[in-house]
Ligand binder design. Structure first.
Ligand code: UD1
Ligand code: CA
Length: 411
């Protein structure tokens, strides 16, 4: 097997997004777009990932600082096109004799399986360059794959450079490429900015490679929904919907019931156990863990850092943030539990909340096992409630008065 590296293009200004944030940091179901592309590369085994950054480079590097041991950051000082961006890796890769995967940071929907197909085809056909293509109902905006009468690929023409006949072609380039590295860098030197935008197009490198007599193949291996590239906020929302569908499908395959997928939003980082039921209008955001046999919602909001045990019931308008709930907890109506550690079988009455923020700092509330918290209680953090405590309806509990409420006397 050939040695393989990846180049990810992530330097663009993304004017169509109308944003200050680098495009690849915009989130799809809770994770920056670039994270998905990195995952896809890693899943097929690459030695190193060269990420080309430019606009907002520092922000991108900082965001991935903790997971960058296999990343080499490459600066593209001025955004002169996708071929130019790849060319910026020359000083690192000029002598590399293996295969180079080239992907875009704004294509988060790429699947490992597609990359696997791309690699297998490339190796089986001994081709110099292989790309995966998709056939779309509406190909507007994408580079079109131009083939001859025998179906051999001739080149890629960008939407803005297409003739009307070329524009009618529905086979498009999602920008999933695998190259023989030496062929790639040889071809890049011959790419010229002869196009409407005056940029150096990576897509033109393929025509250069074909003209030099090397084998280039285009495999139609990309599902339409996987081809979506994010150039605008509208496409960001389309990509998010598709990703949400994937996340939910996977959870359902793992035994989670999602009553109304259309009206449920689950973060890509969430983990949910078997036989848990997610009722409509549940929003799960961030790293959230939910155990088995739970019933969540309707209308529950579970935020970052929340971990829920088994057999927990959370009902309408329950909001959790950075909260850990042991097995058997019930919080059926209108509760806010923030920065809380709730013991086993605790009942949280309707409208009871933790007051976790004192205006300056966020404080923790610990509720021992088997506590009973009546309706409308306010638990003022920092607070530790002993196991078995009984908090009456409407009580405002602070650590000072906690000694008067315990398992025996109640309050
Ligand atoms: C590109 C392809 C097009 C394809 C589409 C798929 C080219 C010329 N066109 O078009 O055929 O259908 O992707 O989504 O390659 N970038 C840089 N530096 C630059 C320019 C771009 O790093 O100088 C990065 C961008 O940040 C982006 C990626 O390259 O992540 C693609 O650039 P973009 O401008 O979005 O290209 P498209 O017009 O979408
Ligand atoms: Ca794009």
């Amino acid at each position: 097997m050939a040695e393989r590296v990846a180049i990810l293009l992530a330097a663009g200004v993304s004017s169509r997004m109308n944003t200050h944030l680098p495009k690849v940091l915009h989130e799809v179901t809770g994770r920056p777009m670039l994270a998905y592309v990195l995952d896809a590369c890693r899943s097929v085994g690459v030695e190193k990932i060269y990420v080309v950054v430019g606009f907002g480079a520092d922000q991108v590097k900082e965001r991935f600082a903790e997971e960058s041991s296999d990343i080499v950051w490459v600066q593209q000082p001025k955004q002169m096109g996708t071929a130019h961006a790849v060319m910026c890796c020359q000083e690192h890769l000029a002598g590399f004799a293996g295969e180079t995967l080239v992907l875009c940071g704004d294509g988060p929907l790429i699947r490992a399986k597609t990359l696997q197909t791309l690699i297998e085809k490339h190796e089986a056909e001994h081709s110099a360059a292989t790309l995966a293509t998709a056939v779309l109902e509406d190909p507007t905006g994408y580079g079109r794959i131009i083939r001859d009468a025998y179906g051999n690929m001739q080149g890629i023409i960008e939407d803005s450079d297409c003739t009307p006949a070329q524009r009618a072609v529905r086979e498009v380039n999602p920008s999933y490429y695998l190259f023989n590295n030496q062929v790639l860098f040889g071809a890049l030197e011959r790419v010229k900015p002869d196009n409407v935008k005056g940029e150096y197009y990576l897509t033109d490198a393929l025509a250069v490679i074909i003209a030099s007599g090397c084998k280039v193949i285009a495999v139609t291996a990309v599902r339409p929904e996987e081809a979506v590239g994010v150039n605008s906020r509208a496409q960001l929302s389309v990509a998010s919907k598709i990703m949400q569908h994937r996340i939910q499908q996977e959870l359902m395959e793992h035994g989670v019931t999602i009553v109304d997928p259309e009206n449920t939003w689950i973060d890509a980082r969430a983990k949910i156990g078997q036989d848990t039921v997610i009722e409509p209008f549940v929003y799960i955001h961030g790293e959230v863990k939910i155990g088995r046999d739970c019933r969540i919602g309707p209308f529950a909001f579970l935020r970052h850092g929340t971990a829920i045990g088994d057999d927990v019931v959370l009902g309408v308008f329950t909001e959790l943030k950075n909260a850990s709930l042991a097995d058997g907890v019930r919080a059926r109506h209108h509760s806010y539990l923030g920065d809380a550690v709730i013991g086993r079988n605790v009942n949280v009455g309707a409208g009871s909340i933790t007051a976790n923020f004192d205006g300056q700092s966020v404080n923790q509330t610990k509720v021992g096992d088997d506590c009973y918290i009546g309706s409308g209680a306010v638990l003022i953090a920092p607070l530790v409630l002993p196991a078995g405590a009984n908090v009456g309806a409407g009580t405002v509990v602070s650590q000072q008065n906690v000694s008067s409420i315990n398992g025996k006397s109640g309050s």
